[in-house]
Design a protein around this ligand. Structure first.
Ligand code: FAD
Length: 323
């Protein structure tokens, strides 16, 4: 089933669904730990499972003579294979992420062909981030600067037009595309309004829903949704959720995801610096309060980011999604 349909059914029933995101294993690890982490969350009846996509990074190999050799390597390959394996094993729809970063439009086209042959119907289309060695994001040769361009490529394939052919292909893909949105504005955006203008470009290009970056202040989500609606963005906006579970995340989460930690949450956590269990309890309670308010506001899906730790989200999901 396609995600826009799942969202529509949930919205019509007024019943918020559970969804979550997984990371492919590090190169060299097998798929079993992924299956085990999914097993832990099956009781919450996931509506779909997203699989992140990771661009290449610079890897150093030291030769026997002591000199160094560098090459680009993906630390977590396998997004498409994992998506297909999960659908086959569990019959749950998957949403592989597809990123522009490091890819030409031709290699992206080949990935899309693989996904189509594997029966994958859902995609989250993203730009990806700059390499740590870059000052700002640079597209690959024959690649894209913005996610909207890749959404257009996918939509062209849905109409039977390939990037690598002058002629129209006989086969039309049928991908349903989601994109990312930022309640607290993307770090590189020139302004919050510009960011929403560019988000609308992705929707106008064919994206059918938006998943947001994680946030800890529902006020920021609700105001983002209102601004999107005013800007003419009508598609469903799914909140991204991650409980804060460690003291370190107080600084790590804002730095990595550009989100603010509300003062009240920060003060509560700082009062328990030496008590990891108390920090976990405080973060979990905060997350549950957030989720209950979002469910009351009738969001169709809560999209969780367990980042390889299903136990972080289980206590919240147990309250919300266990009949
Ligand atoms: P875009 O929509 O292209 O926007 C990037 C920036 O460019 C924004 O500041 C935007 O305002 C600006 N912009 C857009 N169009 C224009 C224009 N025409 N002119 C000028 N400025 C413009 N990253 C991964 O590598 N792998 C993942 O699996 C992954 N999953 C994610 C899942 C979610 C739910 C979210 C929220 C993010 C995820 N990311 C992932 C991170 C994402 O790749 C980064 O945040 C990236 O920096 C931006 O991606 P985007 O698709 O939002 O980019």
């Amino acid at each position: 089933m396609k995600v826009p349909q799942i969202i529509a059914v949930a919205a019509a029933a007024g019943k918020t669904r559970f969804a979550f995101e997984i990371l492919p294993p590090l190169k060299g690890d097998g798929i079993e730990p992924i299956f085990r982490s999914i097993d832990e969350l099956l009781e919450f009846d996931p509506a779909y499972i997203n699989i992140t996509c990771h661009r290449e990074t610079l890897k150093q190999n030291v030769r026997s003579d002591g000199s160094a050799e560098y090459h680009l390597e993906r630390r977590r390959p396998g997004t498409v294979g994992i998506a297909a394996a999960i659908e086959r094993k569990y019959g749950i729809p998957t949403v592989p992420h597809l990123i522009c970063a490091g890819e030409s439009k031709y290699s992206l086209e080949d990935q899309l062909i693989d996904m189509d042959f594997l029966g994958l119907e859902n995609l989250l289309v993203l730009r990806g981030d700059k390499l740590p060695t870059e000052v700002s994001f640079r597209p690959a040769a024959d690649g894209y600067m913005y996610a909207a361009d890749l959404v257009r490529q996918v939509m062209a394939m849905n109409h039977g037009t390939l990037t690598s052919h002058d002629t129209t292909a006989t086969h039309k893909t049928a991908f349903a595309v989601g994109v990312a949105g930022y309640p607290e504005t993307h770090a590189e955006a020139t302004s919050a309004d510009d960011d929403i203008t560019h988000l609308k470009e992705k929707v106008d290009a064919g994206a059918e829903y938006i998943i947001t970056q994680l946030f800890y202040d529902n006020g920021r989500f609700f105001s983002f949704v209102e601004k999107c609606r005013k800007a003419g963005i009508g598609v469903p906006i799914i909140p991204g959720i991650k409980p804060l579970t460690t003291f370190r995340q107080l600084t790590l989460l804002p730095r990595t995801f550009g989100c603010n930690i509300p003062r009240e949450l920060e003060e509560k956590v700082r009062a328990h610096t030496d008590d990891p269990e108390a920090v976990r309890r405080i973060g979990t309670e905060w997350c549950l309060t957030q989720c209950l308010e979002l469910v009351a506001a009738k969001v169709p899906v809560l999209h969780f980011f367990p980042n390889g730790h299903p136990a972080d989200i289980s206590p919240v999901a147990k309250v919300l999604f266990k009949d």
